[in-house]
Design a protein around this ligand. Sequence first.
Ligand SMILES: [Zn+2]
Length: 293
Amino acid sequence: MMVGRQVRLIALASLIATAAYCSYQVIRIGTPQCTLAFLNVGQGKCILIIAPNGNTLMVDAGTQPYGQLGVGERCAKQQILPTLLRMGVRRLHVIAVTHPDKDHCNAVPILVRELRPLLFWLPVGDSSELDWQAVRAAVQEKNIRTIVAQLGQRLWLDARHKVFVEVLGPPDGMVVKVSDWSPNDASTVFKVRFGRITALLTGDIGATGQRWLLQSGADLRATILDVPHHGSKHNLETFLVAVRPKVAVISAGRQNPFGHPALETVAVLRRMGATIWVTGEQGSLLIRTNGQG
Ligand SMILES: [Zn+2]
C-alpha cells in the first residue's frame, strides 16, 4: 500500500516537473505568492490555484444550464478563458473534477482542448450523463493522463515553496449510490496548503460526506472554505464549526431557483465571524497569500 502510494506521488511529481517547460509566467513581485481564484460561473463552481512557481490546478469548471443548451461551452469561452487570460494563465497543469455533475464539469471539454492539461484528476463517481461523457471524450481525444482521486493522495504543486494538495475524502472503496452515499457525497474533498494558509475544497458533499469527514480524524481546519454544495441547507453546523474558516466562499448563481445559499448555512458562518463571499452576488474572488496571511 505504502509503495503504491509512493509511486503515485513520484508519478505526480515528475508530471509537474515537466510542466516547467510551459510557456507562460505568472507575474510575481517580491515574496512568493499563491493565488486562489473562485470564478463567478453562475450556478456552478470553478476554482483555480496558482502556486508561486506558476503551476496551476483547476478544481471543477461548470455551470447549471437552467434548461439552455450549450451553456457549459459559453461559460468556458465567455467567462473562464477570458479570466484566465487576464490572469496570465495560458496553460493548466492539472484539472480535477470533484464529481460528474454538469455544474462542475460542463465547461471542462473546452478547457481541455484549449489549455491541454498534463493531468486530469478523476472523481471516484461516474455518470452516463452527456456532459460527463463529453468530458471523458475530450480527455481521451487529447490523450491527457488521468488518475482517480484516492484518499491520502498528495499532489505537490510547488515543492520548493511547499504548496501541496491532499485528498481528504471520500473514503477508500466507497461505492456511490449504495446506502447513504449519494454522488454528491462522493465528491473529492481537497485540502490545499501553503504555509499557514489552508483551503478546503468540498464539491457538493452533504451531511453523509461531512459526517464521515468529521469522524475520519482529518484536520479539517481551514483558512478558506469552499462551502459545500453551493451553501445549501445540507450543511452540518458541526462541520462548518470544525472547519472554522476565516473566509467562506459560496459559489452560487444570482437568484438561482435552488435557494442557494440557505439562510441557515449563512447564519452559522456569520456567527463564527467568517467573511462570506457569494460569487453570484459579489463576483469572482481572487485571494493572494504569502502563506502567512
Ligand atoms: Zn453542484
